[in-house]
Design a protein around this ligand. Structure first.
Ligand SMILES: [Zn+2]
Length: 185
């Protein structure tokens, strides 16, 4: 098999609102275009189809992967800190009721830890919210088409090339068939 005319790598481009055209799939007007990396193929795509994984998937850049990694780590840390805090909680609690069962030294230390953990959890919960927002609103710039959609793009492209060649041929030769030169009987 010869190399495909373009790779399955598309960049997201926006055209002016005035230049909006129908989504290639559902005909909803859109100003978003997917352009193949070698610029040989492009088509209009609506926001909904861009998010449809059976149509295309966003290629995750390093920056995005870092956000996901940070979120996973933070989620794990927060669970651990909450677990640690719950373990100390009874001591902090008991102090309020009575401090009979606790030595002064332990009591003070546990309370200090409890306070530190709760501050740490609060600050990091805020960071987690920030990360969630950033992930939710992340604007991807590169997409990969579903393999069947990609196949359709290639077939369309090849068909278009064939049509173009045919048109050129028609224009370069005499379009109207000439009257046969030989004697008509
Ligand atoms: Zn659409």
């Amino acid at each position: 098999m010869s190399a495909p005319p373009f790779a399955n790598e598309y960049a997201l481009r926006m055209v002016a609102e005035n230049d909006s055209k129908a989504c290639n799939t559902c005909y909803k007007p859109t100003n978003t275009v997917l352009l193949s990396s070698n610029q040989k193929d492009f088509f209009y795509v609506c926001e909904q189809h861009l998010k449809d994984e059976t149509f295309a998937t966003a290629i995750q850049p390093e920056e995005y992967k870092e956000l996901i990694k940070e979120k996973a780590k933070l989620t794990g840390d927060l669970a651990q800190w909450k677990y640690d805090m719950d373990k100390i909680k009874p001591y902090a609690w008991t102090k309020l009721v009575s401090n009979l069962s606790l030595s002064k030294e332990k009591d003070g230390k546990e309370n200090e830890e409890y306070k530190e953990l709760s501050i740490k959890i609060m600050a990091n919960n805020e960071r987690l919210n920030q990360l969630n927002e950033q992930i939710k609103n992340y604007k991807f710039k590169q997409y990969k088409l579903d393999k069947d959609i990609y196949k359709i793009r290639i077939n369309n492209f090849i068909q278009m090339q064939v049509n173009k060649k045919r048109q050129q041929k028609i224009h370069s030769t005499n379009y109207f068939p000439s009257v046969p030169q030989n004697k008509i009987v």
